[in-house]
Design a binder for this molecule. Structure first.
Ligand code: IPM
Ligand code: MN
Length: 350
């Protein structure tokens, strides 16, 4: 019996989660996966009412879960950073979810803005480091709001953190067995301390993986190649900040934020699965957003739990639903309700 924490959080989170849970229930029923969910009313609304973000007792409970399923974080009435840091980054850091897995896969039937590229060209995965870099919150400000204001925001890289993410990416390249290629994305030509650590660690860990071809791209060039030659990529490993940025680009390459799912993974602890999109406040409650990313995140979650048959069923249903054209263009103007999209995928899983 799996215990799944459900954190819909803000904006469109609850709507897309409803569809994800709908599909999860059908897949679990069919493949005899036993689970229970525990709902947590964490998010901007509660914060505005009570000042609480995540309580200590909630953290203790979450630590006992098999996995966490999360909607989206961000509230228009809360200053940017409070909920992002207090919820999303807190969970990623405190549970040491050091891998942020972000598949960039163009499903047949989904339109990519990249001319002359199709599903056979766009199928790679970004392994984003998830606990270090500029995300650690080290820095400071002085003389705020004066012409002499100074602000620093420090990027932190550790040998341990760098090594474990690179090793995870090598293993994944082996497991995927696509092109047996790993590409590290960095900016070692400018960040000559931090990314020199990455460069040396990559070379050293790479010695253990002679079967994996080791490539390298500077982050600016990587952005060019994601668009120009997405077929070159198999597994990409990169830092937290660059991973954040290039996976939004990746999401567009794969047809939009509506389809991009992710997993925050601690291979030895509590992991968390979520769509990579935000809370899209202006669409809240309108039943117009695409739940595909959240449904795909449920598939990743099942796969992580070892429920590979149920995960594969969701993946097949997504492929079929998207190829059928019945989900329209996946935009908020598609005319196909969030609930109807979930219904279609659920019926195909069945
Ligand atoms: C993401 C988001 C988060 C990040 C924000 C909301 C803190 O953009 O998951 O990509 O920067 O990691
Ligand atoms: Mn992001």
């Amino acid at each position: 019996m799996y215990k799944i924490a459900v954190l819909p959080c803000d904006g469109i989170g609850p709507e897309v989660m409803r569809e994800g849970l709908k599909v999860l229930a059908v897949a679990a029923e069919k493949y005899d996966v036993k689970y229970e969910t525990v709902d947590y009313p964490i998010g901007g609304d509660r914060y505005l009412k009570t000042g609480e973000i995540i309580t200590d007792s909630e953290m203790d409970e979450l630590a006992q879960m098999d996995t966490i399923y999360l909607g989206s974080v961000g509230h228009p009435d809360v200053h940017p950073g409070i909920l992002e840091k207090g919820i999303l980054l807190r969970l990623r850091f405190d549970f040491d979810q050091y891998v942020n897995l972000r598949p960039i896969k163009l499903y047949p039937g989904v339109e990519t803005p990249i001319k002359d590229k199709g599903p056979e060209d766009i199928d790679f995965i970004v392994v984003r480091e998830n606990t270090e870099d500029m995300y650690v919150g080290i820095g400071g400000s002085m003389k705020i709001d004066t012409p002499d204001e100074v602000a620093t925001q420090t990027a932190v890289y550790t040998r341990k953190g760098t090594e474990r993410i690179i090793r995870y990416a090598f293993e994944l390249a082996r497991k995927r067995a696509k092109n047996n290629t790993l590409c590290m994305v960095d900016k070692a030509n400018v960040l000559t301390h931090g990314h020199d650590l990455w460069t040396r660690t990559y070379a050293q860990v790479g010695e253990e993986y002679p079967d994996i071809k080791q490539e390298h791209a500077f982050v600016d060039a990587c952005c060019m190649w994601f668009v120009k030659n997405p077929e070159w990529f198999d597994v990409v490993v990169t830092t937290n900040m660059f991973g954040d940025i290039i996976t939004d680009l990746g999401a567009m390459v794969q047809g939009g934020m509506g389809v991009a799912a992710s997993g925050n993974i601690n291979p030895n602890g509590v992991s968390m699965f979520e769509p990579i999109h935000g809370s899209a406040p202006k669409y809240t409650g309108q039943n117009v957003v695409c739940p595909i990313a959240t449904i795909a995140a449920a598939g990743m979650m099942l796969d992580h739990l070892g429920e590979t048959a149920a995960a594969a069923a969701i993946e097949r249903a997504l492929e079929e639903a998207l190829a059928s054209g019945k989900l329209g263009d996946l935009s908020t103007r598609s005319g196909i309700g969030t609930d109807a999209q979930g219904d279609l995928v659920a019926s195909l899983v069945k």
